[in-house]
Design a protein around this ligand. Sequence first.
Ligand code: BMA
Length: 316
Amino acid sequence: MAKIIGKAIPNIPWQEKPERYPYPVWRYDGNPIITRDDWYFANSIFNSAVVPYGDGFAGVFRIDDRARDFNIVTGFSKDAVKWNLSKKVIFKGYDPRLCEIDGKYYLTWVNLTPQGTTIGVAVTENFEEWTQLEDATYPVARNGVLFPKKINDEYLLLVRPCDRGHTPYGDIFIQRSKDLNYWGNYRFVMSPESNWEKTKIGAGPTPIETDEGWLLFYHGVLTSCNGFTYAMGAAILDKNEPWKVLHRADSFLLAPHELYETVGDVPNVVFPCAALTDADTGRIAIYYGAADTSVALAFTTIDEVVDYIKAHDIIK
Ligand code: BMA
C-alpha cells in the first residue's frame, strides 16, 4: 500500500472506478467540466491548474480568446468541478501550473517573449495580488513545474527546453535555486522511451509526495501520420534526488479516446496540468486539457497508479 504524504482534503472531486474497468485512471462522467461557454470571450479553455484554497479551491486557467491571444485568469470553486472564472487577465501566456509552498501559491507558466517562450514565475497569497519574479529560464523552454517543497533547502523546477515552434523533441530536466531568482545545478531527468511518447515528454501536475518517492504525471507525444498525439504517463522520482527515476510505466495511463479529447482545436490531446490529492483516502483527481478546447477531470488512487507503474516498469 503506497501513501500520499500531504494534507487530508476530503472534498476533492471523486467518483468510484466503474465496475470491471481494467485501467488505473478513469474519467469523470460529467466531462468536460469547463468549456468556452464559461468565459465571455473565450475560444477555448484548457490546460489549467487548481489547488485547495480556504474551504474550497482556486485555479489558474488557460483561456485562448476570440482574438486567439493566450490569457491566464484565476477562478474559484466550492467543489473543484463548477468554476467561477474571473474576467481579469492576470498574465499573458499559457499552460499554467500552480504549486503551494509554505503557504504561498506559485504560478509557473509559458511566458511569451520576443525571443521565444520562457518559464514565468509569479506568487500570490490571495489570488488577487500577484508578484511576478524573474523568469526561471531563458528562451526557449516550456512545461515549468515546481516541487511543492524545498529539498536540501533548494526550490526545484522541472523544465522542458524546446524550440520556438511545435518542437519535435523534448526531455525533462531539473534546475535548482535557493531563492527562486538564481537557478542552476541542472540535472537531466528523463527522455522519451516508449513508442507512445517517442517524440517528446514534459512534466504535468505538481509532483505528488508519496512514501515511494515523487509521483510525476507527465505528457508524452507520439507523431503519427495525422500529427501529434498527447497522452499521460507516470513515473516515480527519488525523494531526495528527484532527477533519479526509480520507476516508470511503459505505457500511457490516459490517452485521447473520448470524443472531447479526439475532436477540438487540436485533436488527440490529453494534457495534464494539475492534481488534487486526499492523503487519508489516497484519492487523486487529475485535471487535463482535452483537445486544446476544454478542461476535463479523471480519477485514480495512489495504489492504482503505483501498482500499475511497478507492474509495467521500464526501470530494471
Ligand atoms: C503544446 C502546448 C500545449 C498544447 C499542445 C497541443 O506545444 O502548446 O499547450 O496543448 O501543444 O497543441
